[in-house]
Design a protein around this ligand. Structure first.
Ligand SMILES: [Zn+2]
Length: 526
């Protein structure tokens, strides 16, 4: 086997994938990055996140209003106009806007969600609980949402503030879009996309989706997978019916028997891998960066498909990235032990490859279960996957360049997310969305997202703001104009702004405080 491997490796020398190198970061962009006092701005980034983490926006129930008002108070410090959108009482999304004077390109939207998944405080350390915002002696900032995703949300907020403080000449509007309800029903983003897309008109979205992960595939290598697409979802029920009865008397052909037959046939389907170009490009980049024998395999698509296939499909994560997956996530029948139900239900969470439609999969299931009496296939919710073009895209390239800048151990590449985020709804409106959190973490920390003890290294909070600032400058600022010579500094965090309060007074060098009620773009809250 090893010999075959080596022979194929040599024969395949010509078929290795060689990516065009990423364009270098322009000196003008670095000049803007250097126009910020990053010691002070880094302190501010940490304070902003720590305070945000203290606000409990657990969803359910959500309670994003207070989170939105916190962001509003910070935007007010810098006279950045904002507008709120309510999905339900106490559940609010907020959009802040830096308007370009003469925009030559459509908006760049910095998207985050305000809500977090619930946390069981008993599973967290007493002194650094889920809403503590505490920094421990190892330099970790604790709180539910540190990674998912108040961390990126505050980096985005701070980028807005720094652009404003530097009076950056924008080529396009830059929007801060912080939404409610990402973690449950995506109602905040869906509302913006369906009812207010004309206001937003995001050509580009930067949102959650992936982190830089240390030792992701090989020890000593950090991989920045940039999410350029997401799988679709098809949530469906397979329902069987039959004669009800008493548990003491087994009869043939009950609803449960029929459902079991249907489930067995569905289990038999085989998933064909879809070797999509994102996966191939990411593996090739990893291979080129890693070098050596394994690297040589990874940058040869033909060898990945033949020789690495088994390993890739055996890993649940890479398998999910390459196939349409069926996951049986629920079963329902009668409540009592002694009752034969008249109706039995199997629930499937099916995740669709981007080019696979729900109709195709439903037809496939109906064909598989054909002939079993009474079986009904019922769709509960579905939406298709989507991929944003990344090849040659300037925003994607800026993200990839800044992700690995000054990090010889790091490599970046495109990635298909196996879960979905709010980006999917923007993608369906034609926006190019990229999932990228500018933080490097290890796998242990990655698992704290939606788990216990979520936390983020403070040095990453500081560094992440700087990298995201560079990306936004490169893609939204007319860098031919030089930055001002006095550096932009950090600011003290403003307390949460509740609607009955006056906005926090801006410091005197920023002009008079903005009266929110005079601004047409200001709060629609009552
Ligand atoms: Zn999230």
């Amino acid at each position: 086997m090893r010999l075959v491997f080596a022979a194929a490796f040599m024969l395949c020398g010509a078929c290795a994938t060689r990516q065009a190198p990423l364009p270098p970061i322009p000196a003008e962009v670095r000049a803007w990055q250097d126009a910020v006092d990053w010691d002070e701005a880094g302190d501010e980034a940490v304070d902003l996140l720590a305070e945000y983490l203290k606000i409990d926006t657990s969803n359910p129930p959500g309670g994003e209003f207070e989170g939105a008002m916190y962001l509003a108070a910070q935007l007010d410090r810098d006279d950045i106009p904002w507008k709120t959108y309510e999905i339900a009482p106490g559940r609010t999304s907020i959009v802040g806007r830096l308007a370009a004077k003469d925009p030559t390109a459509p908006p760049l939207c910095l998207v985050s969600h305000i809500d977090v998944v619930p946390a069981d405080a008993a599973e967290w350390p007493e002194e650094s609980g889920p809403f503590s915002g505490v920094i421990d002696e190892e330099g970790m900032l604790w709180g539910r949402g540190a990674l998912d995703m108040k961390g990126l949300g505050t980096a985005e907020l701070q980028v807005m503030a720094l652009l404003k403080r530097l009076d950056a000449p924008l080529r396009r509007d830059v929007l801060l879009v912080a939404v409610a309800d990402e973690e449950v029903n995506n109602l905040g983003m869906i509302q913006l996309v369906e009812d207010h897309w004309d206001d937003l008109n995001c050509a580009y979205v930067i949102n959650e989706g992936a982190y830089g992960v240390v030792d992701a595939l090989f020890e000593g290598q950090t991989v920045h997978a940039i999410s350029v697409g997401e799988k679709g979802a098809l949530w469906l029920e397979v329902i069987a019916r039959g004669e009800p009865g008493h548990g003491s008397t087994p009869l043939p052909d009950t609803a449960i028997d029929r459902l079991r037959q249907a489930m067995a046939r569905i289990d038999e389907r085989t998933a064909k891998p879809d070797w999509h170009p994102m996966m191939m490009e990411l593996l090739a980049n990893v291979g080129n960066h890693r070098g050596g024998f394994s690297g040589g395999v990874l940058r040869r698509p033909a060898m990945v498909k033949s020789l690495a296939r088994g390993k890739i499909l055996a890993n649940p994560l890479t398998r999910a990235s390459l196939t349409t997956t069926f996951n049986l996530t629920g079963l329902q029948g009668a409540e009592g032990f002694n009752v034969v139900p008249h109706r039995a239900v199997a629930r499937y969470d099916i995740r669709l490859q981007p080019e696979v439609t729900a109709e195709e999969v439903v037809a496939e299931i109906e064909e598989l279960v054909a002939g079993i009496p009474t079986i009904e296939v019922k769709v509960a919710r579905t939406f298709g996957g989507a991929v944003s073009e990344w090849r040659g895209d300037p925003v994607y390239e800026a993200i990839a360049s800044h992700a690995i800048d000054g990090r010889p151990d790091a490599v970046a590449g495109p990635f298909l997310s196996i879960g979905f985020t709010d980006s999917i709804f923007a993608r369906h409106k034609g926006a190019r969305a990229y999932g990228y959190a500018p933080f490097v973490i290890d796998r242990e920390l990655l698992e704290t997202m939606h788990g216990h003890r979520e936390r983020i290294p403070v040095d990453q909070v500081r560094e992440g703001a700087r990298r995201l600032f560079g990306i936004v400058v490169q893609t939204a600022v007319d860098v031919a104009q030089a930055p001002p010579s006095a550096p932009a500094k950090g600011r003290a965090v403003a307390p949460v702004l509740m609607p009955h309060e006056e906005p926090a007074a801006a410091p005197s060098d920023e002009g008079p405080p903005q009266d929110a009620s005079d601004d047409p773009a200001s709060p629609s809250q009552d």
